[in-house]
Design a protein around this ligand. Sequence first.
Ligand code: GTR
Length: 357
Amino acid sequence: MMNTYQELPYSRSDAVEDDGPLPDILAFADGAPVRTAADWARRRAEITDIILSIEYGGMPPALPPEATDVELVHGPANAFRRFEIDGVTQDTYYVRISEGAEPLRFTLTLWTPPGDGPFPVVLNGDGCWSYLSDKTGAEVLKRGFAVAFFNRCEVARDRNGACDRGIYAAFPGAYGTLSAWAWAYHRAYDALLRIPKLDPGRVAITGHSRGGKTVELAGATDTRIAAVGDNNSGCCGFSCHRVRGAGSERIAAITRNFPFWFDKDFGRWAGHEAGLPFDQHFLAALIAPRPLLFAVAHGDLWSNPVGACETYRATAPVYRLLGAEENLGIVFREGGHGHLTGDWCRFLDFIGERMGG
Ligand code: GTR
């Protein structure tokens, strides 16, 4: 199911705007080549600093798992009888983070398949739009995964000028909201550690659009996350800044409409993409060698399918260096922007093959 380099449906010549070569990911900032996995570990640290500071405004403080606690507020309830899957339980938890200047809490719901586990988990934080449909949940459960979901906007609002609330009141800082949401995934992971029957070594995360940008960043900044499914993330997610197909979003538009998602100075790069010391392959490569799937819709021009192919091509050498080329995937479907049950199923097939389900 995974497209290989040769099968990608778009080439660079499909771009309507091309700002030139991408920064070489397998060369250190001083030009020295990255040849081995040990070299990559050092290059990885360099790349993390570059992209986090310029694009996302850094991250909120890293916390030890003990700083996050869970309280069961409802459950277990028997769910999913109508899908003829017997024995699925639904539990609802408050997740509390205690170490900040203000208390912080969000709600996490968990569906667990029948049996003793330990179960692999798919975690999704896009509840601000809609929680997972039962139809999608049934597909996840049938494949033997537990599914956990929450609303990332309970941690950081998706609004301009909300920088004194939620996480920003608990942990003041200059990080953008995408970083705050990524951090929420890390705390949700800490919460899962407290819940029996789950396998902490097999937690995959998936999200859509701005939620896709979020899961890439969350996977890039926490190696405990076993796999990432980036659905239609586009600009500042899986799509290359320098190579843009017709109708693509650019840094100028995204930083005008959503300045609070990013470092406060990121908008300065609008129109100066050629000079950026990174491109989005830097973010994707931070997930290597763990499984990473880009899900692209041909009709979602705003998310720049041509640029997604470029990011894929530019990330592949890192996966190759680490002997995990099969773990970088890209899939395409007809139609427009959306996180459809079919998109979930393709991600589940991808991770099922790679981390078991
Ligand atoms: C758009 C934004 C995109 C994408 C999308 C979404 O308005 O420009 O980058 O994030 O929202 O999240 O649905």
